[in-house]
Design a protein around this ligand. Sequence first.
Ligand SMILES: [Zn+2]
Length: 424
Amino acid sequence: MGTAQIDRVLAEIDAASAEAVAFAADLVRIPTVNPPGEAYDDCAHFIGDRLERCAFDVEYFPAEGLPEHTQSHPRINVVGTRHGRAPHPVVHLNGHFDVVPAGEGWTRDPFGGDVVDGRIYGRGSCDMKAGIAAALFAVEGIRRAGVELNGAVEISGTVDEESGGFAGVAWLAEHGRLSAVRTDYVIIPEPLYVDRICIGHRGVYWFEVLTRGRIAHGSMPFLGTSAIDHMGVVLDRMQRELAPRLACRTTAVPVVPPGARHATLNVNGINGGQPVGGIQTPCVADTCRAVFDRRFLLEEGFDATKSEIVEMLDAIALEMPEFRYELKDLMVVHPVRTPDGSPVVAALDRALHRVLGRSGGLVASPGTYDQKHVARIAGVPHCVAYGPGILDLAHQPDEYCNIEDLTNATKVIALAILELTGTV
Ligand SMILES: [Zn+2]
């Protein structure tokens, strides 16, 4: 395939720019807020109908068997397939269509889908409904240019990424719809800046620490043991000893922003003794619970991350005979990283140079996203995130996506598809 055909594809994407913008804005107007998972059925069918009109075979996958898939809030995923000359390679483009709640501070209707000053505004415009539009119009640009693909392309719209992706990408992977046998390459058009390729994310360890004290009359606290005081010791030890150690650890993975290149720890919440704001009784707190969010580096690994916490708690117990604790794992997400030399990275990098004249290189995400399920459940290592939108705007008020970024990302994805399917 020659330059003339590539130029035709790029010209078709330019010509369809207004259609792509309108499609992204229409998606924003469907308020797929998660939690609780509103309007998923509407949004899945809106995407499915458009895929059908663009000559995809369309299947719907309700997340049967999961408790969050309910009658009032069904979890519906949609997958479209465009067949090529050969059954493989298969390039799968995945976008989650759930969005986080709008929150405060908007100067525009978060679900209005306003298109102003070269931008599409609204909750989910950047994260990641513009990305879904980019995926769809990349494939449509190839079709309109009259180029027949050598392999197949799939586009999926999935649910619940913002709450872990278990009814979305994880469900498709667990049921074999995304798998090492079926799927060769995966591109997730999440907003990680239009000129950069995201090769994975840090690990997540959410855990709860419960300290147990002994209840007594609040006027004679010396007769009891305060679980809150004991949690105070835990927090103090974390701040004085653990946090500085974590700040010294740096990953070789190019996580952005640079502050997230270190291991980190955050306290999600704390709860001890009597509910504050309610009627009070004089009691020494017999329990205190706190939930922690530890982001760990690929180089640290989960086992060492957890051992370090256990050792710290055990050391406190050795010094304070009355200190009793329980540790509960709430969630573990292992870090993922696309392998070096992956064809999907090479194809996107070449496409970036062709479309933008530059490549911002590789980055990794400070938070996790659906790549973990693609890599760990489906077993497809050649997966990256690449799409339009500015990472910093995700989940913010007045979220927007630049139309120019949408068009450029559409072109980059189209060229990558041509290369990865062996059509070029
Ligand atoms: Zn996202």
